[in-house]
Design a binder for this molecule. Sequence first.
Ligand code: PGA
Length: 250
Amino acid sequence: MQVTTRRPMVAGNWKMNGDTSLIKTMQSTLAQADLSNMDWVICPPMPLLGLFDKSTKLGSQNVSQFDSGAHTGETSTSLLKEVGCQYVIIGHSERRQDNHESDQLIAEKVKKTLDAGLTPIFCFGEPESVRDDGSLFEYLSAQLDAVLEVIGISAFADLVMAYEPIWAIGTGKTASPEQAQEVHAFVRDYLAKQDANIAQQQVILYGGSVKGSNADELFSQPDVDGGLIGGASLKPDDFLSICLAANKLG
Ligand code: PGA
């Protein structure tokens, strides 16, 4: 049996929310706790990235597939590194929908981010209709294959995955711990077909209406290694409870 060294992680996706005062309260709230067994990361809107103190691990919510040049409104990996970013959320369903990001573009962005030495938080997940029509695993495999084909299995060692069922995002309708575990185990098995060791070490977060009150039961599932948190990441006390739940796993 392989020993896992997966380090629990919680990433807060502030989306288009937050301000300098939330930065201060978030940092001071989390500084009070012993979170030494896990990593916590804040992914604020771009203009706030440079305003955190050095103790906070930072992620961006997007990155350009280009290096520089005439791409109005875009941000490159090197600019993200300049403001101390270590992670990049890629493939979030809101960007897939609002910005028409395809599986292919997402795979390109994952590659660009890895090449720059940053860690992608690669998001995938299904709409409710896919669960209803019984094609869940087929749908998720296609999302995973698009990235696998471009970066190869060995590069998965350098990224974090986040399963986010679209029907659970911002709806208050969390996946049950069993539903989350079923998909996380499926993903781990899917990767194991190509490399058992990488699959075993792969950090897979769950995202979709995680709160302080349900984090414990979700994170206690054997293949759930933490969470990607939207709404509750804007409430420092709730975010702290979620981080403490992940810290218990470490
Ligand atoms: P939610 O969002 O926690 O508000 O459901 C999760 C996400 O979109 O990453």
